[in-house]
Design a protein around this ligand. Structure first.
Ligand code: AMP
Length: 185
């Protein structure tokens, strides 16, 4: 079971990735979370990405590919994984395709959480993380529109896309998501 969760910042993909991960018993892998840990621990990676993250920009594709490749080489992903917040650019989608091929893996589905833009800002402000000032939130949404949204068509063309209406309660979205994946109990 190998899934990608695609959606704008504030779409709820982190929450849903964790719920789904518990449900199907595979790790949820958040590149944002891994980078925040690196920043907190002041590792060379963390020092490199700190200001990029604080400004709402994306960390470069090569750096992220190295992080993901290393994470996907660990033993706990053998039975599958859910990627939360990766890939985010066309280059990252190509890099992921390579990593999958190297391991003899394929993606089962790309879940796309659809949430209206007005709701994204409200949710992100309510969350109040260090990089969640309104200006930075809008920047992150714009980066999403420009760099990540094209992945919807990319994965749709590969017949992997499963759109889910994310503008509902956490429980309703979780249920719709399981139905979309046909892993509902
Ligand atoms: P997230 O928690 O997924 O919203 O990520 C927080 C921040 O980490 C983003 O705004 C980016 O600066 C960085 N980041 C996380 N994942 C990626 C990625 N796949 N590519 C580039 N930057 C990323």
């Amino acid at each position: 079971m190998r899934f990608v969760l695609l959606g704008a910042p504030g779409s709820g993909k982190g929450t849903q990735a964790q719920l789904l991960a518990e449900d199907i018993g595979v790790p949820s892998i958040s590149t944002g979370e891994m980078l925040r840990e690196a920043v907190a621990a002041r590792t060379p990676l963390g020092v490199k990405v700190d200001s990029i993250m604080a400004s709402g920009q994306l960390v470069d594709d090569e750096t992220i590919a190295a992080v993901v490749r290393e994470r996907l080489s660990q033993a706990d992903v053998r039975r599958g994984f859910i990627l939360d917040g990766y890939p985010r650019t066309a280059g990252q989608a190509e890099a992921l395709a390579e990593i999958l091929t190297e391991n003899g893996w394929e993606l089962d589905a790309v879940i796309y959480l659809e949430v209206p833009e007005s709701e994204l800002v409200v949710r992100a402000l309510a969350r109040q993380r260090a990089d969640d000032r309104e200006e930075v939130i809008r920047q992150r949404i714009q980066v999403y529109r420009e760099q990540t949204e094209p992945l919807i068509a990319y994965y749709d063309a590969r017949d992997l896309l499963r759109p889910v209406d994310g503008h509902r309660s956490i429980e309703q979205v979780a249920r719709a998501l399981r139905q979309a994946l046909e892993v509902a109990r």
